[in-house]
Design a protein around this ligand. Structure first.
Ligand code: ATP
Ligand code: MG
Length: 445
């Protein structure tokens, strides 16, 4: 049952509220003064009934204290001689309601019940938000993440198209949702279509809808995602995996905002903001003829790039903290802690699966590590790649350094002619390009 703390200096009120609430099944704590009330306050209290005038403290001051320390606790103010100003101030400071003496027990119980119901719903919404991957803060304190955050804040309130690029698990969908949440379109839907996950035969019907009987299996009319997202935001995920045929149709919709269902004759006007994302290098896909250049220009009004986690290691410690708390919430346990050595080991690892991999690793550690504190031994045991990488790293780095120098010297000797240099090195030209890219060398001629 919920716990209620009653803070009031009138013994009669304490007694009557206490017995009424206990009869309703609440756990009741009482305090006859402000200091005692603050002492009895803890995270297990769900609501506080608080007198405005107390012998030792101004009730509004206590209200402020409660809101700062325990923002999840609901507060109902009680007063015998309330002025309107006081009531307004209390609500401004975050009180949920104001009850006047003499108290009607009936009213107290109803208002309290409503307050607790509201708190429960809020907690549930938070939980669902996290589960749905919605919102959720973008954690990161590295320079590139700070820059990205400020770019998101500038791009979000506009209607401009955004193209988000970044490797797997870097947070592209999270960024897309933040942009939607920061726009006035948040009143309407955010719909996501994973262009890589839908079979080619179905993607057009998924995007534009279809009319009954327009193809085998088209039993009824279907509304496409573009139409469903009317006034809202459509997230075209993995756009680099869309076929050229579908790209052509999407291009047309982006040009005139008209959507025609498969097998339909009537085009419909839609008002949709497009956010696209890909882990592919679209200019390279254009070079090889797998992506339309005109579509890239249409989508790429505001480009946002999320660097891989290994290029922003300063983000690892705050992400670790965040995921420790998130995992504890998910499992309904108190959060484990991690010691500095273990964080250091994690930060030495390159996380090819980026933030998603880190999130999974933390969940694994929270569940599998035996102690309350995660240690370097736990990390080595449950993420053995860390150890392997640490040993091999110096050798690999040395080899990379050598290759980089050797290639650069050959290029210099050949007057920067890549074809000649490749021939001298006994490599295909394309292979040399790939190698140089992998080594982080400039590849433009
Ligand atoms: N900076 C961050 N702060 C907090 N959580 C993050 C951050 N970046 C990513 N995440 C979390 O990591 C997971 C992967 O993120 P997301 O799905 O957005 O990545 P993605 O780039 O779309 O990946 P993919 O290319 O594999 O689809 C999600 O659970 C997301 O909430
Ligand atoms: Mg994604």
């Amino acid at each position: 049952m919920p716990t209620v703390l009653v803070i009031d200096d009138e013994p009669n009120i304490l007694r009557s509220l206490s017995s009424a609430l206990t009869r309703r099944g609440y756990d009741v704590l009482t305090a006859a003064a402000g200091a005692e009330g603050l002492q009895k306050l803890s995270a297990t209290v769900d609501a506080v009934l608080l007198d405005v005038r107390l012998p030792d403290f101004d009730g509004l001051k206590i209200l402020k204290r409660i809101r700062e320390k325990y923002p999840q606790v609901g507060v109902l103010m009680i007063s015998g001689h309330a002025t309107i100003e006081e009531a307004v101030q209390a609500v401004k400071l975050g009180a949920h309601d104001f009850l006047e003496k003499p108290l009607s027990l009936e009213k107290v119980l109803i208002v309290l019940e409503n307050l607790l119901k509201l708190r429960r719903l809020e907690a549930e919404v938070d939980l669902w938000r996290t589960r749905a991957g919605e919102g959720g803060p973008l954690i990161g304190q590295s320079a590139p993440m700070k820059a990205l955050l400020s770019e998101i804040n500038r791009a979000a309130p506009t209607d401009s198209r955004v193209l988000i690029t970044g490797a797997n698990g870097t947070g592209k969908e999270l960024v897309a949702r933040m942009i939607w949440a920061g726009s006035k379109r948040r009143e309407h839907d955010f719909l996501a279509v994973n262009c890589a996950a839908i079979p080619e035969e179905l993607i057009e019907s998924e995007l534009f809808g279809h009319e009954k009987g327009s193809f085998t299996g088209a039993a009824g009319n279907k509304t496409g995602k573009f139409q469903q997202a009317h006034h809202g935001t459509l997230f075209l995920d993995e756009i680099g995996d869309m076929s050229l045929k579908t790209q052509a149709k999407v291009l047309r919709v982006l040009e005139d905002s008209l959507v025609t269902p498969v097998g339909g004759a009537q085009a419909m006007k839609v008002d949709v903001r497009i956010i696209a994302a890909t882990n592919k290098d679209l200019p390279a896909e254009i070079q090889t003829g797998r992506f339309r250049e005109d579509l890239l220009y249409r989508l790429n009004v505001i480009p946002l790039h999320i660097p891989p986690l290994c290029e922003r290691k300063a983000d690892i410690p705050p992400l670790v903290d965040y995921f420790l708390r998130l995992t504890a919430d998910k499992l309904g346990r108190t959060p484990k802690t991690i010691n500095a050595g273990a964080v250091e080991l994690l930060a030495a690892y390159d996380f090819p699966g980026n933030v998603r991999e880190l999130r999974n690793v933390i969940e694994r550690l929270v569940i599998m590590a035996e102690g309350r504190v995660i240690t370097p031994a736990d990390v080595l045991r449950w993420l053995p790649q860390v150890g392997a990488e640490n040993q091999v790293l110096p050798l690999r780095e040395a080899a990379d350094d050598f290759e980089r120098e050797y290639i650069q010297k050959t290029l210099d000797d050949c007057g920067n002619n890549v074809t000649k240099a490749a021939a001298q090195l006994g490599l295909e030209r394309a292979h040399l390009y790939k190698k140089m890219k992998a080594l982080g060398m400039k590849t433009e001629r």
